[in-house]
Write a protein that binds this ligand. Structure first.
Ligand code: AMP
Length: 394
């Protein structure tokens, strides 16, 4: 089976072509386009290039296309990307303006260009669909909730990969097997001794998720990817009163408040230097206090969520780091794990120092809680879930 994973931005298109089934997928080709003005033409060009390189005979060689859709009001899970998905992406575009229109338009174009391929949407919110009501509900009037103001959660593909892989690494094949089919049946009541994992996806955009038996119990992002940890240039958690306060106090318009909260806040706002942790560390090393505060705040916030989910889970079996910062930044990992020996969590400083984006166990031999680095691979997750969807919907 050949599966194309389509990563769509408002003017970009990246693709990965896989062959195999969900138990073993091989990456055949990868490509991308920037400044896309005509999606149809770009899709045709990508197909020609895969043909030229001998990966496919014709457009009909592609059995399915998987999309990492972000957010829908009505939809979540891993579903056929049909007209109702497109309509729902458009209806909820206000909350994901950078992604939803691109996916709505892209899915329509793929349906035209590849009429014989099964189109599949894996929502970023899918991983949270069985989280408890209190974890999903803000304390707002019911009319707000009905209008869509709820905790959705994001980075679902990444955290689901961690849920599956960490279960495998911990020898819990029973849990891994159940996670594999998380979107094909209701898994809210998984049997077995609870496996408790906290997954830290730390990158340009970051979130922490608590996972019991492979099912998310809560996550740091909410209605939009704007909440939770301080992001590269987005604010993270903020008291809602701050918005109206600065509008009055600083005379800012709502558009300007939104711009500053989404473009000039987070690590950039705190450090005043950069939205990239590497630059911020360089400034810390040069003695910059604002840069130090940015790193301290990031670590503080990560630990707040890890601690909260450890309590909700009633303990922890593994703490996992993934994504750009999680996989590469030894100092952030060291700071997050500092002083937690009494809770059963101890880092092996040597193992932590040598890790560079490779899957590794970095906890000390006597640490009761395992600490892993698991490299993120969201494209592979989309391809796997697309393959699983196909095998369940023959
Ligand atoms: P991602 O969103 O997962 O692609 O992660 C991108 C972010 O990872 C960048 O903005 C950097 O802040 C961070 N990053 C990448 N490489 C490193 C590194 N070697 N050390 C620290 N942070 C890194």
């Amino acid at each position: 089976m050949k599966i194309l994973v389509a990563n769509l931005g408002s003017t970009s298109f990246k693709y990965s072509l896989y062959e195999g089934d969900d138990s073993a997928l091989t990456l055949l080709a990868r490509g991308g386009y920037e400044r896309v003005s005509d999606y149809g033409e770009t899709i045709r060009d990508a197909i020609s290039s895969m043909k030229k390189d001998g990966h496919i005979d014709s457009v009909d060689s592609i059995d399915a296309v998987g999309f990492k859709t972000v957010l829908g009001f009505e939809k979540t899970g891993c579903v056929a990307a049909d007209d109702s998905v497109v309509a729902d992406l458009r209806a909820s575009a206000e909350l994901a303006p950078a992604h939803n229109p691109a996916y709505a338009n892209g899915i329509e174009q793929f349906a035209k260009e590849m009429p014989n391929a099964q189109l599949v949407a894996l929502y970023e919110t899918a991983f949270y669909q069985w989280a408890s009501k209190p974890s999903r509900r803000y304390a707002v009037p019911k009319a707000w909730y009905e209008a869509g103001v709820r905790r959705n959660g994001f980075h679902g593909a990444s955290h689901k990969f961690v849920a599956e892989r960490s279960a495998e690494l911990l020898g819990r094949e029973d849990v891994a097997q159940q996670v594999r089919f998380l979107y094909q049946k209701d898994q809210s009541e998984l049997p077995g001794k609870p496996l408790r994992v906290v997954s830290c996806h730390l990158g340009g955009s970051s979130s922490v998720t608590g996972i019991r038996n492979g099912v998310a119990i809560d996550t740091s992002m909410g209605l939009s990817p704007q909440s939770g940890l301080p992001q590269n240039n987005r604010v993270g958690d903020l008291d809602s009163m701050a918005v109206t306060y600065v509008m009055k106090k600083l005379g800012l318009s709502i558009e300007e408040v939104e711009r500053q909260l989404t473009k000039e806040s987070g690590l950039l706002g705190l450090s005043g230097k950069s939205n990239d942790v590497r630059d911020i560390w360089a400034a810390v090393d040069a003695g910059d206090d604002d840069a130090k505060l940015a790193i301290d705040s990031l670590v503080y916030s990560i630990r707040q969520y890890v601690g909260s989910y450890m309590l909700q889970l009633g303990g922890l079996d593994a703490l996992v780091f993934t994504a750009g910062i999680g996989e590469n930044d030894t100092r952030v990992r060291e700071r997050v794990c500092q002083g937690l020996e009494d809770l059963g969590l101890e880092l092996d400083l040597d193992k932590n120092a040598v890790t560079r984006g490779e899957e590794t166990c970095i906890s000390a031999a006597n640490s009761r809680i395992k600490i892993f680095v698991i490299p993120a691979n969201e494209e592979l997750v989309i391809a796997r879930e697309t393959s699983r969807f196909l095998s369940h919907n023959k």
